[in-house]
Design a protein around this ligand. Structure first.
Ligand SMILES: C[S@@+](CC[C@H](N)C(=O)[O-])C[C@H]1O[C@@H](n2cnc3c(N)ncnc32)[C@H](O)[C@@H]1O
Length: 248
């Protein structure tokens, strides 16, 4: 999917991400930022969206560079963030940030949209000072290859700018290949409101029905992954990874 499509989709739905309870999670983000322990310095939040993570880190850092290619997201960040959050237009694969200049790089619920994650990891290593930290929180795929493809297919039907949710083992290998060592990693199955998830991307009625049907009637390993609940509202699960690594 082209960059233009990603920016067009997120440009159209930007306000939905500012208001989304699944993205706000103010207390959880504050706790995560505290756990990283940054005091002062510069943090880059890549794929910042409406800036929820950037705002959490702005409590602790001197400055947060909130990086995103979608202008509508950056406008929302500018209007809703403290003065030490600086909106920066750019892509994860080519960060408009100087070498050895930031103390931490964070990315949340965005990496599955990046065209080239290895380039993003290399860019993160380039902009970090020696010993700098890298924090990622994102949806990931299951380890089983076939189920992983099925999950990614559902994600791409919902949002054609979706690139790929890699499994946890892929991330551990690629982060280490980029010169980081992992300090801690956590996996959890995250419960989501299925209809809210679809409406946030303003999908067509046809896509809405197709995804609801695929998730709710899934069988075997796909059902074990989604764990659909035919409640009101309909619920399902996605696998999430939170990982802190440091530059060797
Ligand atoms: C779901 S939103 C981000 C959510 C946000 N980080 C949060 O925690 O609330 C995904 C964001 O990734 C951005 N994005 C897509 N492709 C990107 C790329 N190649 N580099 C950086 N950001 C990208 C989109 O513009 C969008 O704002």
């Amino acid at each position: 999917m082209s960059r233009a499509t990603s920016e067009e989709r997120f440009g159209r739905t930007a306000q939905n991400y500012l208001d989304s309870p699944a993205h706000k999670q103010t207390d959880r983000l504050a706790a995560l930022a505290q756990r990283v322990g940054q005091k002062g310095g510069i943090v880059a939040d890549v794929g910042t969206g409406a800036g929820h993570s950037a705002v959490a880190f702005a409590e602790l850092a001197d400055k947060v560079l909130a990086v995103d290619p979608t202008q509508e997201m950056l406008d929302i960040v500018k209007a809703n963030s403290p003065a030490n959050v600086e909106p920066v237009k750019g892509h994860a694969e080519q960060l408009p940030i100087e070498d050895n200049s930031v103390d931490g790089v964070t990315t949340r619920l965005a990496a599955h949209h990046f065209e080239d994650i290895d380039k993003f990891l290399a860019e993160s290593a380039r902009v970090l000072k020696p010993g700098g930290w890298f924090l990622i929180n994102d949806i990931i795929g299951p380890e089983d290859v076939e189920t992983c493809e099925q999950v990614n297919h559902v994600e791409a039907v919902r949002d054609p700018s979706h690139r790929w949710c890699h499994p946890g083992s892929w991330w551990l290998t690629h982060i280490s290949d980029a010169g980081f060592h992992v300090e801690w990693v956590e996996f959890n199955s995250k419960r989501l409101d299925l209809e809210d998830w679809l409406q946030r991307q303003e999908v067509s009625p046809e896509v809405f029905d197709e995804v609801v049907n695929t998730v709710m009637t899934s069988t075997g390993r796909l059902r074990s992954h989604f764990q659909p609940l035919n409640t009101q509202p309909k619920l399902f699960h996605l696998l999430e990874m939170t990982l802190l690594a440091r530059l060797d």
